[in-house]
Design a protein. Sequence first.
Length: 276
Amino acid sequence: MRLEGKIAVITGGASGIGACTVERFIGEGAKVVFGDIQSELGSSLADDLGNSATFMTCDVTSEHDVKSLVNFAKDTYGKIDIMMNNAGIVGARGPIVTTSLEEFSKTVEIHLMGTFLGLKHAGQAMMQMQSGSIINLASTAGVNGGWGPHAYAAAKHAIVGLTKNVAAELCRYGIRVNCIAPGSTATPLVAKAHLDDHDALDQLEKSLSSNAPIIGRPGRPIDVANAALYLASDESGNTNGHCLVVDGGATSGSKAGDPPYSTPQEFLREGGKSGI
């Protein structure tokens, strides 16, 4: 097993990519402590997964909550090998000229400050061990312009930059820091963004399939979980400061058919209005 004996902490682990990663890590031998504000979903998932999973309610904008999540894992198991900063929302959408400061700030706080707090407290725990892997969730909206709402894109670009900067610092302690940039993936969050319905996953997958770069192959949570598994495992021992894009080739210009937007201007306008 690729994570045998390892201890992982995951934020935003109750649904979507986070839940899939919790299951994938446990399947490879890890013990996982995961947090989320979705307490009912998280508790149910932990019950289903048995003794290898522990759920704690965690708001990633609260330093107390993030520190408690990390410290619980460390106190319970004596160490932390893996930290995945995954929690996020779609957040503020619409043209920049009508976006409220409150909604913009909330979106950035959850994504960027949540990642910062995970890096800070997991980093402290891992420095004592002189080893560890931290994985941040970015997005293709943090790699290219016009691929998501403004606040979301700004936060994800910042996460890519923070990943690279912290990787340059923590490598001297044997800690690797990387991020994953998924493209459109069939998760409740994306279903809410595209269809205004967290539960419309079948409809979302059909929609994503029709526009997928690899024909008929939409992005799925397991694709991102598998990328996280690589970055969490010893197989990626010399991978640091890297942004691993998991999008079927969309950001490289790959497409199975006609692009959904014919010009950059249309794409940017629609991205700001509806949140691609």
